[in-house]
Design a protein around this ligand. Structure first.
Ligand code: GTP
Ligand code: MG
Length: 438
């Protein structure tokens, strides 16, 4: 009964700090050697498994994550401060995809496991690094590399922490609809629910859990009567059972009888189900006879030594929303100490191979003539990144940019495409235009 919780978020890693151009100024020395430091690393965005989380619900409220930029280099060769990485907590079992390409980036399985999903930019180099014997005082520095921008989609197959158990029409679907985002079908007739509905419950204090509303259970279910087997298989894979008992007394229902019958079915299917934490919920307490029936029910349960000890019987009216909050808090508290049964796991085929590598950026670029701009346009990740890392205030760095473009083969391709001396060339995603010259 796993279902898939999904979330899509936008990530922007931090830009690297800019390297700077500076020179040693010493008394009596007019112009010293280069002294500009490198920029610091930009922060990366990293997913980290936190075993306390059960759902991706947090990402419904929070869809944008950014990491800080690295600090710029300083004079005296000082490297700029590296920015802290941004850590985002995710539940165990989260599959992470690149939302744009569909590529699986990773499968986060174990507590503490991490995955870098957007890499921070490296710091640009200061002019110290460009010094050569031929040019001991370079006026060249590099801007920081842009941080990676990425949309990711996360997927989590979740099992229900809590299973709602009870006779048909006990009010299971109604409770689920009141406490969660689920919209199950509710009916005045029995077996309204055929397939389990699942809902995410979130408390005001931030705790969350997954709750499943199961088809009504009746006598003989453990032998396959009604929707029996299917149902019990689902119960087996929950950590806590909320056992709903109808206190309305309509149809002449006897709560104590029904309660016992359900316990018998659970026990016949798997005796260990009775050892699982269970909260008894008295439902429909808004009905006229409910208070009396509950009092009698309590006495009968206490007097019956053949029943497992019930720590608490919680009265609610889902329709009037009475007692429901208290019930959810008790449920979350109980889950904190509830053991994880062996059957509570996902099928192995749900776990994909671990892939952590980023795809290498290819230095590919495109040259095209844009007639309405009367300009050549160069686009491509490598060119655009090189541009972003170039300090356009300085002649020397612009020259270096031009040299690098030539190395990448941009000039040649422009020529092949028919570019003439003096034609305008623009770098994609920027306003930067230069003149082509062979
Ligand atoms: N008065 C009253 N009626 C309720 C309450 N909760 C549920 N009901 C009614 O009880 C009937 C059955 O409710 P469901 O929530 O569909 O019950 P269920 O346990 O999911 O039933 P199955 O899916 O058939 O097993 C519906 O007519 C509900 O309106 C309540 O708190 N008070
Ligand atoms: Mg139902």
């Amino acid at each position: 009964m796993a279902f898939v919780d999904q979330a899509q978020v936008e990530l922007k890693a931090g830009k690297g700090g800019d390297g700077i151009v500076s020179f040693r100024h010493e008394k009596f020395v007019a112009m010293g050697g280069p002294f500009g430091g490198d920029g610091g690393h930009g922060g990366s965005i990293i997913l980290k498994v936190d075993e306390g989380l059960r759902t991706l619900m947090d990402f419904r409220y929070n869809r944008h994550f950014k990491a800080q930029a690295g600090g710029n280099g300083g004079t005296k060769g000082m490297t700029g401060a590296s920015a802290d990485d941004r850590i985002i907590k995710v539940p165990e079992g989260t599959l992470v995809y690149d939302a744009d390409t569909g590529e699986l980036l990773g499968d986060l399985l174990e507590n503490g496991q991490t995955l870098v999903v957007a890499k921070g930019g490296r710091g640009g180099r200061g002019n110290i690094r460009f010094a050569t014997p031929a040019n001991p005082a370079p006026e060249i520095s590099e801007n920081g590399e842009p941080g990676q921008v990425r949309n990711i989609r996360m997927e989590l197959r979740v099992l229900a922490d809590v299973g709602l158990v009870g006779f048909p029409s006990a009010g299971k679907s109604t409770l689920l609809s009141v406490v969660s985002n689920a919209k199950p079908k509710i009916g005045a007739y029995h077996f309204t629910t055929i397939d389990p509905n699942i809902g995410l419950v979130r408390l005001a204090d931030g705790r969350d859990f997954v709750m499943a509303d199961l088809p009504g259970l009746i006598e003989g279910a453990s032998q396959g009567v009604g929707l029996g087997f299917e149902f019990l298989r689902h119960v087996e894979r929950t950590r806590l059972i909320l056992h709903l008992v109808d206190m309305s007394g309509i149809e002449g229902n006897d709560p104590y009888e029904q309660y016992r019958k359900i316990l018998t079915e659970l026990k016949e299917y798997d005796p260990t189900l009775l050892e699982r934490p269970q909260i008894v919920v008295a439902t429909k307490m808004d009905m006229p006879d409910a208070a009396d029936l509950l009092a009698t029910f309590k006495k009968q349960v206490q007097a019956d030594s053949g029943l497992p000890a019930v720590p608490e019987i919680v009265p609610i009216s889902a329709i009037q929303q009475n007692g429901v909050n208290q019930l959810m808090i008790l449920t979350a508290n109980t889950l904190e100490t509830a053991p994880v049964p062996e059957s509570y796991h996902l099928e192995p085929e749900t776990t994909a191979e671990k892939i952590y590598k980023f795809k290498e950026e290819k230095p590919e670029f495109k040259v095209e003539w844009v007639a309405d701009e009367n300009t050549w346009l160069i686009s491509g990740q490598a060119v655009e990144k090189l541009f972003a890392m170039t300090n356009m205030q300085r002649e020397a760095t612009i020259m270096r940019f031009a040299r690098k473009l030539r190395h990448m083969g941009v000039d040649e391709r422009l020529k092949e495409a028919g570019a003439k001396n003096g034609d305008d060339v623009r770098i994609n995603n920027s306003d930067f235009v230069f003149e082509f010259s062979e």
